[in-house]
Ligand binder design. Structure first.
Ligand code: NAD
Length: 443
C-alpha cells in the first residue's frame, strides 16, 4: 500500500460528517474516530486506577453537550446557517476550559473528544479546571471579515448561558485567534451589561490578555521536547525537526526549536510542504506565512509533495495541525525518533502501537501542548485580580509548571513501565476521579 493511498488529511472528520445531531445519543456518537481514540486512551489507564476505577465511567461521557444553530446574514443579503457546539466534558476540578475552533469538518463527536483531552490535560499539569471545547462547522476562509464577526457574535450568544468566568472559559483553537476572542468577550459582556474580561482567554493584551499567551502552546511544545529528550540522554541542539501545521502552534514551536539551535528541516501546512536540509529560516517563513497565509512560494527551501513530508529525514516529528494525521502508514514510514504532539489527537491508536513497537517515543498531546492552557490559566488569574504580569514572569512560571508536569509523567512512566501517554493518563485520570470521589454524588 502506498503512503499516498493511506494518508487522508482528515479521515476521522469525514467519517463523522454523516452523523445527524439531535438524533443520536452520546453512545451513538461514540462511533466516530476521535472520540473512540480518546476512550481507548482512558481504557488503557483504567487498570492502574485502583479503587478509583469505579468512577471511570465518569470520564467516558461528557457532562453536558450543547448543539446550536448559528444563522448569519451573508454580505449578499442571504441567510446562512451553521452548526455550533460547546461541550463540557468534566467539571470535577473546576470550570470547563478549552478552545473554540472554526472548521468545515467539525462535528459534535470530535468536540467531545477534544473536550475529553482538555479534562485530562488540565489535570496532568495541575490546573484547577475541567475540560471543555467548542466549534462551529464552517470554513472561515469562505467568510468575509464582517461575516466572521457576525458568526462569532451569534455563536457566543447561542452558548452564552453555558459559558462564564467561573463556568466555562473558551480560548482560541484552529482558525480562531485573539480577534475572535475579543468579539466573543464583547458579545458576552453585552448579555451581562458589564465588562467580563475573564470569560475568554487568548484575548488581545489591551482587553486583558496575557503577554506570552500567543506563543505559549508552541513554546510549551518545545519545553516538553527539551525536557524529555534530555531524559532520553539527547541534547535538543542540532536535532532535525519536521513540523506539520504552521499556524499558531506550529510556527511558535518552530521559532522556539530554532532559537535553541535545532534545525527545522521541513514544514507542511494545508497548502503543501517545504524542506531544507540545512534548516529553514523560520523567522522569515513566519513573516511570509503571516503575509500570504501559506508556507508555499516563500523562496525558502524546496517545495515537496504533501505526503513526501512524512518521509523527510528527521529526529523529531511535531504534528501541529489536526487529529488523525499520524496514521499507521505514517508510523511505519517515519524515521523520526521522537514524536511531539503539538496538535490534539494527531496519532491514531494503531499508529501509536506501531510507533511503540518501533521504539519511537511519543510525547503525548495532553502534556506537549499544555503550554497554551497554562498561560490561559495565568491570563484568567490576572483578569480576576486586574493585575498584569511581565513577560519574564509568565515565561518563568510556564517553564516551571510544564517542567514539573514532565517530571511527574516521566516518573510515572518509569514506575509503571508504560508509555508516556499511558503515564500521563494514569496521573490525569486519577486526579479527576479523586476530585469526583471527594465531591460525591447528589443522592
Ligand atoms: P491554526 O489554525 O493556527 O493552524 C493550523 C495549521 O494547520 C495551519 O498551518 C494549517 O494550514 C494547517 N493545516 C490545517 N489542515 C491541515 C491539513 N489537512 N494538513 C496539513 N496542515 C493542515 O491552529 P492552531 O491553533 O495552531 O492549532 C493546531 C493544533 O494544535 C490543533 O490540533 C489544536 O487543537 C491544537 N492546539 C492548539 C492550541 C492553541 O493554543 N491554539 C493549544 C493546544 C492545542
Amino acid at each position: 500500500m502506498t503512503l499516498r493511498a493511506e494518508i487522508s488529511p482528515i479521515e476521522s472528520a469525514t467519517a463523522c460528517a454523516a452523523l445527524a445531531p439531535g438524533q443520536l445519543s452520546f453512545v451513538d456518537y461514540a462511533r466516530a474516530d476521535a472520540w473512540l481514540n480518546y476512550l481507548s486512551q482512558v481504557d488503557r489507564a483504567a487498570p492502574f486506577l485502583g479503587s478509583l476505577g469505579r468512577w471511570v465511567e465518569t470520564l467516558k461521557r461528557p457532562k453536558r453537550a450543547v448543539v446550536v444553530d448559528v444563522p448569519i446574514q451573508r454580505d449578499d443579503g442571504t441567510i446562512a446557517h451553521f452548526e455550533g457546539y460547546r461541550v463540557h466534558h468534566n467539571t470535577s476540578r473546576g470550570p470547563a476550559k478549552g478552545g473554540v475552533r472554526f472548521h468545515q469538518d467539525a462535528t459534535l463527536s470530535e468536540v467531545m473528544a477534544l473536550a475529553g483531552w482538555m479534562t485530562i490535560k488540565n489535570a496532568v499539569v495541575g490546573l484547577p479546571f475541567g475540560g471543555g471545547k467548542g466549534a462551529v462547522r464552517v470554513d472561515p476562509a469562505k467568510l468575509s471579515r464582517v461575516e466572521l464577526e457576525r458568526l462569532t457574535r451569534r455563536y457566543t450568544i447561542e452558548i452564552a448561558n453555558v459559558i462564564g468566568v467561573d463556568k466555562d472559559i473558551p480560548a482560541p483553537d484552529v482558525n480562531t485567534n485573539a480577534q475572535v476572542m475579543a468579539w466573543m468577550m464583547d458579545a458576552y459582556a453585552l448579555t451581562k451589561g458589564q465588562v467580563v474580561s475573564g470569560v475568554v482567554t487568548g484575548k488581545p493584551i489591551e482587553l486583558g490578555g496575557s503577554v506570552g499567551r500567543k506563543d505559549a502552546t508552541g513554546d510549551g511544545v518545545f519545553i516538553a521536547a527539551r525536557e524529555l529528550t534530555g531524559r532520553l540522554g539527547q541534547d535538543i541542539r542540532n536535532q532535525r525537526v519536521a513540523i506539520q501545521g504552521f499556524g499558531n502552534v506550529g510556527s511558535a514551536a518552530a521559532r522556539s526549536f530554532a532559537r535553541a539551535g535545532a534545525l527545522v528541516v521541513a514544514v507542511q501546512d494545508v497548502d503543501g510542504a517545504l524542506v531544507c536540509e540545512d534548516g529553514l529560516d523560520v523567522e522569515a517563513l513566519s513573516s511570509h506565512k503571516l503575509r500570504s497565509g501559506s508556507v508555499l512560494e516563500s523562496g525558502l527551501g524546496i517545495e515537496i509533495e504533501r505526503e513526501e513530508f512524512w518521509l523527510v529525514d528527521t529526529d523529531i516529528l511535531v504534528p501541529a495541525a489536526l487529529e488523525g494525521q499520524i496514521t499507521a502508514a505514517v508510523a511505519r514510514a517515519t524515521n523520526a525518533k521522537i514524536v511531539v504532539e503539538g496538535a490534539n489527537g494527531p496519532t491514531t491508536p494503531e499508529a501509536d502501537s506501531i510507533l511503540a513497537d518501533r521504539g519511537i517515543t511519543v510525547i503525548p498531546d495532553v502534556l506537549a501542548n499544555a503550554g497554551g492552557v497554562i498561560v490561559s490559566y495565568f491570563e484568567w488569574v490576572q483578569d480576576h485580580s486586574s493585575y498584569f504580569w511581565r513577560e519574564a514572569e509568565v515565561r518563568d512560571k510556564l517553564g516551571q509548571m510544564l517542567t514539573d508536569a514532565c517530571d511527574s509523567v516521566w516518573r510515572a512512566h518509569l514506575e509503571y513501565q508504560v508509555s508516556l501517554r499511558d503515564a500521563a493518563y494514569i496521573l490525569g485520570c486519577r486526579r479527576v476521579l479523586e476530585a469526583r470521589e471527594q465531591r460525591g454524588l447528589y443522592l
